[in-house]
Every structure is written in C-alpha cells, then in structure tokens.
Design a protein around this ligand. Structure first.
Ligand code: ADP
Ligand code: MG
Length: 411
C-alpha cells in the first residue's frame, strides 16, 4: 500500500487561509515574511483569505464552487482551522471526492499542530520549533509535492455528523486543552503545561459509560488512494479508487442491552439528516447509530474516569507523542483512559510531564485499547467533549473508523 502520492502543481492556484489569532498570533507575520517570498520565487498563483472569525472556513469549504480548480488548500493556523475545513468539505454532496483530490498544506502557526506533527514524525522529520516551521513552509511551496493519506473518523453527536482527523477527549486532557485557551496569546504551545498543572491540582473525576467495538481488520481491505493531482484538469485523476461504497445494514436485529433500554435519552430531538451517507463509508458493517442499542460484540465500562482520550494519530502536539503506536493512515482507533481509583495527583503530574519523552506509556493506569468504534455517554456533567481541539455540544458521542482520507502535503 502506498503511503504517499504525488501532487504536481507547476502553475496551480493555492487557496491560503491565515488565522491571525491562532497560536501566539504570528500567522499573518509568518505569511508575509516567510511564505510570500517563497510563493513569489516560484511564481505560485494564490488567493489569500485572512479569517475574520470562527466558522468562516467551514462555510467557505461548504459553499465555494471552484474547489476542484485548486491545486491545494494551505492553512496557517492550528488544528482548529483544519477541523473547520474538513467538516465544511464533508457537508457537501461532492465532499468525499473532494477529500481525495484536494491536498492540504499545513503551516503550523497555531498552538496545537498535532496533525502536522504526526505526519512529519511519520516521515522522520525534526519537530524542533524552527525546523518544523521551515520544513512546513518548504513543502507547501514546492513545485512537486508529495501528499500523505490521513485517515478520518466519523463522529456522531446528538445533532451532527462530523469528521475527526486527530483526537477525541473528555475529562482531564480535554479540559486542559479548552481551559488553557485563555493563555493562547501569551504562552503559545506552553499553554498546555500551565493548564495541566492547574487542572491536576484541582483534579476532578468524571462518571461515564465508555463502550467500544474491539479492533478487527476491516472486512474489506482498506484501499488507500493512489492519486496524482493535475491542478488544471479536474477529472484527470489517476488511480482514483479510494472509496468503497457498501449498502448500509440495518442494526434493528441487534440485541438490545439493559443499559440502552434504561437510557432516558431521546434521539428525536435533534435528527441527523444524512446518516446513510456516512454509514456507506464505515469500515465495519453494521455499526449502530448513536441512539441505537449496541450489539453484544461491544464492551462497556461504567466507571469513574479521570480522562478518556482517543487518537488515530501519534502526536497531540509537537512535544506530545501521546499515542506512539498510532499510524497516520491506518484503520484503528487508539482509545485510552485512566480510572480515578488507579491514580494519585502526584502520579498524574509525572505522567503528564512524561508525555514529552514518550515514557508516559509505562504508567500502569494509562490503559490503551485498539478499537474500530467507541461510544461515550457522560453520566455527570462537568467536562468538555473535544474533537480535534474543538468543543462539541452533545449528550453523547460515537466514533467509527471510515474509508475516508484527506491528503497532507509532506514533501
Ligand atoms: P490553536 O492551535 O492556537 O488553537 P486553531 O487553528 O485551533 O489554533 O484555531 C483556534 C480557533 O480560532 C478555532 O476554533 C477557529 O475556528 C478560530 N478562528 C479562526 N479564525 C479566527 C479569527 N479570525 N478570530 C478568532 N478566532 C478564529
Ligand atoms: Mg486549536
């Protein structure tokens, strides 16, 4: 299976988004001082959009009609703008095919750049501050680039179908991410360390029901796209065979567990409109919808958690290889959790500080499960649910592995 594909764009047009408020607020300066000279030198044609607020990129990705004429989208921000872009694309009728033909270039000017860190780490590139940015600028402006397929998860909330490319968090790690946003400007990526210390000393625990479908290789082999993108000839794609459509199977035959019968939750309040479009791209047949009963091949933990954190990539940040075993393109979710009965504040601080070196995996309370899907129902209020660093409002959530890949420029 190929892990990269060629992206040639000798004269193609780039659509460039700059979030002036991500990270330490250096996005625009990085663009003007570092990127413009490279674009000029290579005579690259581009359109610049400096974002004016949250939601703008999502809307543009959903509505613009010229996306097939672009050679790539470049984002100067953190993971948040990537989340907006991919979810905007996936809301379109032609969204899944656009994912295959429109590569992404990422310039890490955000405070959390986990996706690019995971991709660059997989390529063996240095993640040290200066080199990381230099390399990103170089690959995003090179005439002939290579893009890497990056798997996407389907996230189902009460009211929405979303994609995730990096992480889902609830409890300690999610709260650190969101509560530290107020220090984005002053501390940049160090905001997570400050947030971690404060949160651990005011440690909370979170009651929830976590269910997962243990990992099994997909019934049909996962087909990675082998595409070459020619920017001026949309439709001239080679080897464009990424998607395997399958008919959705009804889950009405599933055994209804006691738990689900007990649940007072009603799905009729916020109907999701396009569930079948999403079922068609699941890697495993017959995965229930969020409000359906679980089948008996799922495992459920009903407990008091300190955190739940799931990833399909290795890095939560350049200095955060939280899930060293995760591969950028593969079809499994690395679902981790810690139970409150297993931790002390002291062990948690040491665990959090160990993430940078990767030795956190040795802590026995850090449990990691490989799964194809999971569902979380918080039973007490008090934590954010966070997808790729963005808060989602929902009573419960479900993640499922899919055939979808986006393509990140890496060389
Ligand atoms: P960081 O890595 O610093 O968190 P992100 O790329 O995640 O940076 O962006 C943070 C948030 O900023 C995202 O929720 C995004 O939607 C939002 N955003 C985008 N453009 C703007 C803007 N012009 N002003 C304020 N917020 C914005
Ligand atoms: Mg963010």
């Amino acid at each position: 299976t190929p892990t990269t594909s060629q992206v040639s764009r000798p004269t193609g047009r780039l659509l460039i988004f700059v979030n002036p408020h991500s990270g330490a607020g250096k996005g625009l300066e990085t663009f003007n001082k570092r990127m413009v000279p490279l674009l000029k030198r290579r005579a690259i044609n581009y359109e610049l959009i400096v974002t004016s607020g949250a939601g703008q990129v999502e809307r543009l990705a959903r509505e613009r009609s010229d996306l097939t004429t672009l050679s790539a989208v470049i984002i100067l921000s953190g993971d948040g703008l990537v989340f907006e872009l991919l979810n905007g694309l996936c809301a379109r009728d032609d969204g899944f095919s656009l994912l295959r033909s429109l590569p992404l270039g990422l310039i890490p000017t955000g405070s959390g750049n986990g996706l690019l860190a995971s991709c660059f780490s997989a390529r063996g590139y240095s993640l040290s501050t200066g080199k990381f940015l230099d390399k990103a600028l170089k690959v995003a402006t090179s005439a002939n680039s290579v893009a890497m397929p990056v798997n996407l998860l389907h996230m189902q909330t009460d009211s929405k179908n979303l994609v995730a490319f990096l992480s889902f968090g609830w409890g300690l790690l999610a709260d650190i991410d969101i509560e530290s946003e107020r220090w984005r400007k002053t501390l940049g990526s160090s905001r997570f360390v400050a947030g971690a210390l404060i949160r651990v000393f005011n440690l909370r625990t979170y009651r929830g029901r976590l269910s997962y479908l243990p990992y099994r290789r997909a019934e049909r082999p996962q087909q990675l796209p082998t595409l070459t993108v020619h920017p001026h000839s949309a439709g001239d794609r080679i080897g464009d065979r990424a998607e395997v459509h399958r008919s959705s199977t009804s889950s009405s035959t599933s055994t209804r567990s006691q738990r689900d019968t007990d649940s007072a939750y009603s799905s009729t309040q916020f109907p999701r409109v396009d569930d079948s479009k999403w079922k068609a791209i699941h890697l495993r047949d017959g995965v229930p919808n969020l409000e359906d009963a679980l089948t008996n091949d799922w495992v459920t933990l009903d407990d008091e958690f300190v955190f739940v954190y799931a990833m399909t990539k290795s890095h939560i940040a350049t200095d955060g290889p939280l899930m060293p075993g995760a591969r950028v393109h593969e079809d499994r979710i690395h679902l981790s959790y810690a139970l409150s009965k297993d931790v002390t504040k002291f062990s948690l601080v040491r665990f959090l500080l160990a993430i940078e070196k990767g030795t956190h995996v040795e802590y026995p309370f850090f449990k990691v499960i490989e799964c194809s899907a999971f569902r979380l129902e918080p039973l007490t209020a008090g934590s954010f649910m966070v997808i790729d660093g963005e808060v989602v409002e929902t009573r419960q959530i479900q993640a499922t592995t899919t055939h979808l890949h986006t393509h990140v420029i890496v060389g």
